[in-house]
Design a protein around this ligand. Sequence first.
Ligand code: CTP
Ligand code: MG
Length: 595
Amino acid sequence: MCCFFFFFFFFLTMAVPGVGLLTRLHLCTQRRTRVQRPVLRLLSCPGTVAEDLRRDEQPPGSVETGFEDKIPKKRFSEMQNERREQAKRTVLIHCPEKISEKKFLKYLSQHGPINNHFFYESFGLYAVVEFCQKESVHSLQNETCAPSKGIEAAIPFRSRFFNLKLKNQTSERSCVQMSNQLPPSSKKLFQVLCDAESIDDQLNTLLKEFQLTEENTKLRYLTCSLIEDVAAAYFPDCIVRPFGSSVNTFGKLGCDLDMFLDLNETRNLSTHKTSGNFLMEFQVKNVPSERIATQKILSVLGECLDNFSPGCVGVQKILNARCPLVRFSHQASGFQCDLTTNNRIALTSSELLYIYGALDSRVRALVFTVRCWARAHLLTSSIPGAWITNFSLTMMVIFFLQTRSPPVLPTLDSLQTLADAEDKCIIEGNNCTFVRDLNRIKPSENTETLEILLKEFFEYFGNFAFNKNSINIRQGREQNKPDSSPLYIQNPFETSLNISKNVNQSQLQKFVHLAQESTWILQQEDLDGPDTSGNRSWGLVALLLPSGANRKSVGKKKSKKATSEKIKVLLESIKSNRTENFTDTNGKRNVSTQT
Ligand code: CTP
Ligand code: MG
């Protein structure tokens, strides 16, 4: 039965993007005595953030977490352009199971030099190959043939997604090295967390295990680029841009891929190219509103993806949502994709989060931990509903870090003060101006450890006056709530919107209760001191266990009861949310992607 619970929870939490940490495992056989080591403080020395980021050597006493090289050093727009350009030179190939890497690369090199490549498994073996030049992709496409006719008729579609076949069967064994695209198993995670040396070390380890790898990021940009090829059939100058956790540095392996069709280039072309006394415009069709235009474009693209684009399955057109979208699975990459149009404000939010993530090395570790904690306690879900979202949790962590003394993060208003003329940005009447250059932001003087910050985070939100106050990262201080939503987190750019409007009172209460319980667990850690018994789940592991499992007075029986109780609640919420979320009061399709 216990096994059943473990696998049930494992399935529920791992089959959907996220982490499964919902059963007590006594894996900590080799726990070392905890040594409090100084938190990694890349930014604690005087100077600017960029200087700190550039430093090759770490400050003495810093913890090596292995993710230092992942800290972004470039401006967001620079990074996006580079990745986009790389993706355009890249192809995706479904390979035969038995393949020699050397022969494969030699075969492809006929079309030009290869910059880099990697293999991964996702219901088959796939290779991502980045050529040095774009022309190599055309050369490969020109030499590629349509599949030979079978019983079914093929739709002749030329893309950068290929199928490699062996002409003669080979007895060669495949010996390619696979790149991992999945989050760690619960078992592995528990093991590495138990083996950590301090709570700070645990938070950094969790970040290292869950953050997007270089390969996974490449695959995300490539997927957008493949979708762009489809959209370009209608809008040749369009760009499909990834946003959200895929690019804001807070994405966990397995997170969805948010992308939007940017038609700005197409629109700008018509305004720039004027000469003399003439103004030439394209003949276009007019529709009554922007929203209808968006719905029409997405509807056609949804059809294209469904009918022509190999690997795009389960296409759903969700056109009546506040922000209309097309949702689909990209089978070859395993990504659940949400395609919207002209979502420049959301891209700006991603840029802001990217900057916050880069400003201080503690930010991402804390956000990842809070996200995993929320997932482990079923506070978040991949199914739309009244749950708190990862985006809201990230905003809560940022807000909390702004309230520390001295603050760990600056307010959005102060980032706006640092902006120069180049940073000025108004989107749909909303002021999206803030400094984009990391060099201009002074690092924080706050030196609190991750352990302290985590404990204080739970304490802060366990006692927050949610009934009257709202969270606002523009000003970094509590404000009166403008309406009666249980949880009010102001959208940083569309300031009249609440990003957590979907959250109901019971989910908020659950969050508050768990935050209070987590404060208590961490206080116990302090009282108990270092544990040398070798079999107690400690620190972060204790926080990720089912609610109640940590109380010493609570026996094994009760912990099992808590687990089965959780299954019941989850099943019920899934049931009610299925009906609640897929059809709103007007009988329209409804998703919680936007509030
Ligand atoms: N967004 C927003 N307002 C909301 C919800 C989302 O502005 N109410 C924007 C944010 O920029 C967010 C992005 O849309 O990052 C994508 O939303 P979502 O996929 O829900 O969040 P992610 O940050 O991508 O997190 P996750 O890993 O859960 O997908
Ligand atoms: Mg997302």
